[in-house]
Design a protein around this ligand. Sequence first.
Ligand code: NAI
Ligand code: MG
Length: 497
Amino acid sequence: MPVAAPKKSSRRRAEPELIFGDLWEFDPAPESADPKLQDRYRPFIGGKFVAPKSGKYFASINPGTGKPLAEIALASPQDVDTAYAAASKAFPAWSKLPGAERGKYLYRLARILQDRAREFAVAETMDGGKPIKESRDFDVPMAAAHFFYHAGWADKLAYAFPGANPQPHGVVGQVIPWNFPLLMLAWKIAPALATGNTVVLKPAETTSITALKFAEVVQEAGLPPGVVNIVTGAGETGAAVVNHPKAAKVAFTGSTDVGKLIMRSTAGTGKKLTLELGGKAANIVFEDAPLDQAVEGIVNGIFFNQGHVCCAGSRLLVQESVADAVLKRLRNRVSVLRVGNPLDKNTDIGAINSKEQLDKISGLVKAGIAEGAEMFQPKCSLPRNGYYFRPTLFSGVEQSHRIAREEIFGPVLSILTFRTQSEAVEKANNTAYGLSAGVWTEKGSRILKMSTALKAGVVWANTYNKFDPTSPFGGYKESGFGREGGKQGLADYVKLT
Ligand code: NAI
Ligand code: MG
């Protein structure tokens, strides 16, 4: 895609070639389910879709085609204020409702999501660019699973926190990113409602549609007005959500830069804060690992959702003795990945979420070449319109390279090598982040030692990117704090005495 031709470097063999030609058009809609999109989406406040006070709208683009999909309201600070008023009004009755009654509403939300799963999957793929097989088999079912799981907790809070008198915070302000739009909404809203909080949530500006479709589900489930409010817009609207004086708790998922801003602006306000931020996870392959299985895990670890994954296995650390064998297998495997129309069920790598993100990925790939790493891209062709990037492998990466340090958030893998286990640990932990890691080995004792030594919130062993609502997820260091999922995630939504 639009990466400038690399400058000649004196290093190693022939200059790696970035391929731009050979573009093709695709049938825009092989997937038959109707996503039931509206032309315009308005904020959902107090149980109703209301016109934004600003009167302004912005386009949500389909990154698979580069064309506008719908208009989204730009909520102003006044709209955010109205949403907080509605959420505050709804809080006393909602929080006093017996847990079993709140649970019934959550079960209903989960079931309606299941009923409308195809529609949600197609809408998610069109708005965000992820392959339909992922939105269909992962995002939407997992979102429903989070509501089912938390529905079960709603009447068991006293059991979850014995003797601690768990109480909701009040109104929770939530801001989510564009990589898993519906699923991040579920991670945020399900535990908040189960514990008796009410919410004001802002989806990301490139992917607001499934959040507003979820608002339809909230209406369909008959939730009391004001328990869930959805406001749309970009950073300014997000800042209004976070900084509103009625927010008793703030939950944010997104970039570390914005996370730091939020930490500063909430400091001293008494707001409870949880942050789930970026990552630069090490996926570590030892020489005794089953290599074919590891290669599948490496591919899944970095190319799932085009690499737009905070816990992506974006740094491969491979033991020197098997490095050549692993790299050869990886190149072969990457060469058969299908890049293209996100709505085609055979697509492995869909569209990059936005032009901005595509530019960011292209810039970091250029930096990788300039710093002397060796690039491999398969010679696959790309759709003519929309935002696409080839799966990319960089070998010969050094720890100081930008592609080894910065979150690329795209289909780009940086490969480093190590000799000993302690060197692997040192390299893996040599990052400002600490969200996740992977370990591939046949030795159980090594798995236990590594999972203790790695400074990462989640450590996968002989698998990668496995999620479950029962399992807490969250980071260390610049990856944030607080957990989502499991009893630990629930605990962040209650005051304990
Ligand atoms: P971002 O952090 O700006 O966006 C995430 C959410 O925060 C969006 O809803 C956005 O509207 C909102 N937001 C932006 N500024 C805000 C502010 N001042 N106060 C409150 N909310 C605000 O991320 P962006 O710019 O979309 O992506 C840039 C990079 O961030 C990506 O390339 C990736 O490296 C990283 N990122 C990481 C994510 C993760 O899950 N760890 C998710 C999204 C981005
Ligand atoms: Mg979009």
